[in-house]
Write a protein that binds this ligand. Structure first.
Ligand code: ATR
Length: 275
């Protein structure tokens, strides 16, 4: 790295979370800045929940050019937003903060677009009027439900805590039998939980048997190797989408808003894979 870098002209962006040391966003965005020759740096800021509002305002006062927001702050940052996009209104959470020229802060949620762009890239499927099964009803699932509604899908949701499922779609009991039956009629099955993140086994609650060649299996869990569930789905002939694409495209949509530049997707993907 250039010994004279960063300089007094270097711009900065970053991600706030608690904890945040696991975040892959610095690797992805710094690779993008390098690829475009932008004199920008992207940092990870560990912010305790009780300090979120003052940290966000302070970072922007100090010239921060853009923030991503990760767990557990995606809802709390709404208190700092002077305007929010329709996606934020529908999802109730922001993952991207943009400083406007007049000093106000805009909140956006790029998770929904990230989800759809990754799907369109890896396994395009016509969702209008189509049955979709989602497993999970947490924060990521809310963004995915918004994205799927926008495409006109008929969404069924299975979640360990059943009340949350009914808020996002038609609730399906959280049993292996009910989940498998719902998956059998779906063109797209999404795992929006953290199930399978740290295991080499297919979790008992994720369906495999009904995932044939007519189905897309989409796992938002990101691991370097495909998750066991995606491996099993591919073995049945299903088309598969992994969590890397969603991570990439939600980041790319934020990058475009901060820099005004076209995101260099190849460099960003390589940055993620190298991290
Ligand atoms: P995120 O922002 O990543 O979506 P979250 O809001 O904490 O994180 O949501 C996690 C999701 O994974 C929820 O749907 C959660 O189910 P509950 O609503 O019942 O908590 C689901 N989840 C996490 N661990 C799970 C497990 N061991 N079995 C089943 N579902 C699990």
């Amino acid at each position: 790295m250039d010994a004279a870098w960063p300089t007094s002209l270097t711009r900065f962006a970053g991600v706030i979370g608690w904890p945040v040391s696991h975040s892959l966003s610095p690797a992805m965005h710094n690779a993008a800045f390098r690829a475009l020759g932008l004199d920008w740096a992207y940092l990870a800021f560990p912010i305790e929940p009780r300090h979120v509002e003052e940290a966000v305002r302070g970072l922007f006062r100090a010239g921060c050019a853009g923030l991503n927001v990760t767990i557990p702050h995606k809802h709390a940052v709404l208190a700092c937003c002077d305007e929010v996009t329709p996606a934020v209104e529908a999802i109730g959470a922001a993952n991207t903060l943009v400083p406007l020229p007049d000093g106000r802060i805009r909140g956006d949620n790029t998770d929904a677009q990230g989800f759809l762009r990754a799907l369109d890239e890896a396994a395009p499927v016509d969702l209008a009027g189509a049955d979709v099964l989602m497993i999970g009803a947490g924060g990521a699932a809310r963004a995915i439900a918004f994205a799927l509604r926008g495409r006109g899908a008929r969404l069924r949701v299975a979640n360990r805590t059943p009340g949350k499922a009914g808020e996002l779609g038609e609730a399906v009991p959280f049993t292996p039998e009910a989940i498998a039956a719902a998956a059998a009629g779906a063109v797209l099955v999404v795992n929006a939980t953290s199930l399978g993140m740290g295991s080499d086994e297919v979790p008992a609650d994720l369906p495999v048997a009904p995932l044939g060649p007519g189905t897309v299996a989409y796992d938002i869990v990101y691991r370097r190797e495909p998750t066991p569930w995606l491996v099993a789905a591919a073995g049945q002939g299903a088309r598969t989408v992994d969590g890397l694409g969603m991570l990439l495209h939600q980041g790319a949509a934020a990058f475009a808003q901060w820099t005004g530049a076209d995101p260099p997707l190849g460099a960003m993907r390589a940055g993620l894979l190298a991290s």
